[in-house]
Design a protein around this ligand. Structure first.
Ligand SMILES: [Zn+2]
Length: 358
C-alpha cells in the first residue's frame, strides 16, 4: 500500500506557507542539523498565548496536516485572532521530515533532549518557549497502530496526556487546566469515536519537552493522532485532530472547560499495546523448522520511505494458538503455509494479495 499523503517533507510545508495570507507572520526560528530552516508562524493578538509544535518526530505528520487546516481557519476567525496569540512550529524536525524518520539528522530523539539541549532543533524549541512564555503548549504527535483504549479493548484513535511536572505527579493550577481541557475535548470526541480515546501514562520524564514545559508552568497537552481500521493515510484521525484543536481553542476562549473535573480526565482509559495491524487466522506457520497448524499469525506494518512515497511493509509480530491481541484487520484462511523467517522477505512464500493494495 502506498501512502502519498503521510509523507510531509519540508517542500510540502513551503508550499503551504506560500499560500498563507498576510495575517500570518512567518519567521525563521533557526536551522536544523542539515541547515534546513525551522519556521515559526505568528498569528493573533490576544492575551492567551498558545505555543504549538508538530513533527518533532519527522515521520509523524498527521497533526501537521491537521494544523495546516487549523491555521487557515485561524486566519479567517476574528474571534481567534482577537482572543488568542499563536506561535506555531509546524515542522520542528525538517531533516527527520525529509527522511521520514522519528529522529533528527544526528539520530537523536528531540523529545529526549529537553535537558541536554544538545541539538539545534531542541535549542529552537527551548528558546521559543522561554521568549514567548506561552500559557498553553500543544505537543503534536502520531502514535503507532499498536495502541488500544478502554474495555472492551478498542483501537485508540486519539490519545492525550497532561504531562507530569515532577515525580509526585503534582496537579498544579496549570496542570489542572490541561487536564480539564483534555476532558472537555474528550466529551466531544466520545460522540464521534465512543471508547476510542486513550490516555498516556504520566510517569515523569524530565528529558521530554512536555514534562519540562509543564514543570515550567505552562498548561501542556500531548496530542497523539492514532490509527483506525485500514485508514493508513490517517485522514480520519487527521479530521478528529482538527476538531480536537478547534474545540481546545473555543474552550480556552469561553473558559467553559474550567468548570469540569480532573476525575473526568482520569476516567479516560490508559493506552495499552494490544493491537497489531493484521491477524491471519488458521495459518500454518513454520518457525525454526517446526510446523504449527491452526495458529494465529500477527503482522505489523513498517512504514518505509521509497521514491518519495511511504510503503507499508508487512513484518512478523508473533504467532500462537490464541494470541491475546486485537487487529485492525483480520484474514481468515486455511491451509496456507507461512514461514516466520522468510514470509516477509521472500514474497513468493506469502500470498501478498491478502495485504492491502498488493
Ligand atoms: Zn512522537
Amino acid at each position: 500500500m502506498v501512502l502519498t499523503t503521510r509523507y510531509f517533507p519540508p517542500h510540502k510545508l513551503l508550499l503551504f506557507l506560500s499560500g498563507l495570507s498576510g495575517r500570518t507572520e512567518v519567521d525563521l526560528l533557526g536551522k536544523s542539523v542539515k541547515n534546513s530552516p525551522i519556521y515559526g508562524l505568528k498569528i493573533g493578538s490576544g492575551v492567551k498565548k498558545i505555543l504549538i509544535w508538530s513533527q518533532m518526530h519527522g515521520n509523524e505528520t498527521t497533526c501537521t496536516r491537521a494544523l495546516c487546516r487549523l491555521i487557515k481557519l485561524i486566519e479567517q476567525s476574528e474571534s481567534y485572532l482577537k482572543n488568542l496569540r499563536f506561535l506555531i512550529i509546524p515542522q520542528l524536525n525538517p531533516d527527520g521530515a525529509k527522511a521520514y524518520s522519528r529522529f533528527n539528522a544526528n539520530q537523536i530523539d528531540i523529545n529526549r533532549d529537553a535537558l541536554k539541549l544538545s541539538q539545534p532543533e531542541s535549542k529552537v524549541l527551548n528558546k521559543v518557549f522561554t521568549e514567548f512564555k506561552p500559557d498553553y503548549c500543544f505537543n503534536m504527535h502520531d502514535q503507532r497502530s499498536v495502541f488500544s483504549a478502554g474495555d472492551p479493548e478498542k483501537a485508540a484513535v486519539i490519545s492525550f496526556l497532561s504531562p507530569a511536572m515532577d515525580d509526585a505527579k503534582t496537579i498544579s493550577d496549570s496542570r489542572k487546566e490541561s487536564m480539564l481541557l483534555i476532558a472537555d475535548i474528550n466529551k466531544l470526541l466520545q460522540k464521534k469515536i465512543p471508547g476510542q480515546v486513550g490516555r498516556y501514562n504520566d510517569r515523569y520524564n524530565a528529558e521530554c519537552f512536555g514534562d519540562n514545559f509543564s514543570k515550567k508552568g505552562a498548561a501542556t497537552i500531548l496530542f497523539e493522532a492514532g490509527h483506525s481500521k485500514t485508514d493508513y493515510s490517517r485522514s480520519f484521525s487527521k479530521d478528529l485532530m482538527f476538531l480536537s484543536l478547534k474545540k481546545a481553542l473555543n474552550s480556552i476562549i469561553n473558559k467553559s472547560f474550567l468548570s469540569g473535573l480532573c476525575e473526568d480526565y482520569f476516567k479516560i482509559p490508559e493506552n495499552n499495546q494490544k493491537y497489531v495491524d493484521v491477524i491471519i487466522n488458521n495459518a500454518t506457520v513454520i518457525d525454526q523448522n517446526l510446523i504449527y497448524h491452526n495458529h494465529q499469525l500477527a503482522i505489523q506494518y513498517d512504514e518505509v520511505l521509497k521514491n518519495k512515497n511511504i510503503f507499508l511493509q508487512p513484518t512478523y509480530h508473533s504467532h500462537g494458538k490464541s494470541l491475546k491481541l486485537y487487529s485492525h484487520s483480520t484474514i481468515n484462511l486455511s491451509k496456507k503455509l507461512y514461514s516466520k523467517e522468510f514470509i516477509f522477505k521472500e514474497n513468493e512464500i506469502v500470498d501478498i494479495s491478502f495485504f492491502p493494495d498488493k
